[in-house]
Design a protein around this ligand. Structure first.
Ligand SMILES: O=C(O)c1cc(=O)[nH]c(=O)n1[C@@H]1O[C@H](COP(=O)(O)O)[C@@H](O)[C@H]1O
Length: 285
């Protein structure tokens, strides 16, 4: 089990390395660009090459599970190696699996990714709340118990999400705001139960949110939110690091700006990848 909470480890690694989260999305088109075959061996060169080039400078990596799963057992084996590489490099892994299920089987997904002995154990995973925020509780509870984190989709980067996420509920709040408020409440409960540690106590809880960086007006109020915010959509989807202050305002300090193809497209050369990551970080200041 990790020796401290996800929030504490995230705080330490981002303080040392900055907040950029680099996605590992080995699309077939990315393998083509890197001159690699569409095989598990090509996948391995690409995905592990990303961590080899950036593992000691980037704080968090977000491998996208489907792009490994498409190679079957061999792809899953590569994903396990990538998660090990991230750990060995002193970075944190946010495995993008977007899981969401009824409670009883949600517990199975939780064991698959959030249990110490799990071959695919990550520091955090992404979750989809479409079956109801409370259906995610088995994963949230296991994450809390095992010093891990979760990121719940609230306001996604794609335009097709609007009709669900901006639908207005009985109490006048849009669905995305209900997710933000539910996550805030979970974090408040967890933080209230922590022993008083004074200045060393983490200021944020284990439940993060995904809020895309592709629009200036997210339609949700994040001011009271007390968790980490994953902000994908930078680069290939049109989001810009320079827009983050306008999008996130007072919550900016909790944001992990996230890009996958925006860095990967510079590969396969390690120095070119490092330069692409540096360029993203420099435009954040
Ligand atoms: O949960 C995610 O990571 C995610 C949520 C979202 O709203 N939008 C979004 O793009 N993502 C993921 O973030 C990554 C974006 O990749 P790029 O567009 O190449 O930077 C992909 O793995 C997406 O699945």
């Amino acid at each position: 089990m990790p020796d401290s909470s996800y929030a504490a480890r995230l705080g330490a690694v981002t303080a040392a390395r900055g907040r950029l989260c680099v996605g590992i999305d080995p699309h077939p088109s990315m393998l083509d660009a890197w001159g690699l075959p569409h095989t598990a061996a090509g996948l391995e060169s690409c995905a592990r090459g990303m961590v080899e080039a950036l593992g000691e400078t980037v704080a968090t990596f977000k491998p996208q599970s489907a792009l490994f799963e498409e190679y079957g057992a061999a792809g899953i084996a590569v994903l396990e190696s990538v998660l090990d590489d991230i750990r060995a490099a002193g970075a944190l892994s946010i495995l993008d699996v977007k899981r969401g299920d009824i409670g009883s089987t949600m517990a199975g997904y939780a064991r698959a990714y959030l249990r110490d002995e799990a071959p695919l154990a990550a520091d955090a995973i992404t979750l989809s709340p479409y079956l109801g925020y409370d259906s995610l509780l088995p994963a949230i509870d296991l994450a809390i118990a095992s010093g891990r984190g979760v990121y719940v989709l609230a306001r996604t980067s794609n335009p097709e999400g609007d009709h669900v996420q901006l639908a207005v509920g009985d109490d006048g709040r849009v669905v995305a705001q209900q997710i933000v408020d539910a996550a805030t409440e979970t974090n408040r409960r967890v933080l209230a139960e922590l022993p008083p540690e004074g200045a060393t106590a983490p200021a944020i809880g284990p439940v993060g949110l995904v809020v895309g960086a592709t629009r200036l007006d997210t339609g949700v109020d994040l001011d009271a939110f007390n968790g980490s915010i994953l902000a994908p959509g930078i680069g290939a989807q049109g989001g810009k690091v320079t827009d983050l202050p306008a999008i996130f305002g007072a919550s900016l300090g909790h944001v992990l700006p996230t890009t996958s193809r925006g860095v990967m497209a510079a590969g396969p050369g390690a120095e070119a990848l490092r330069q692409a990551a540096r360029t993203q970080v420099m435009s954040m200041v």
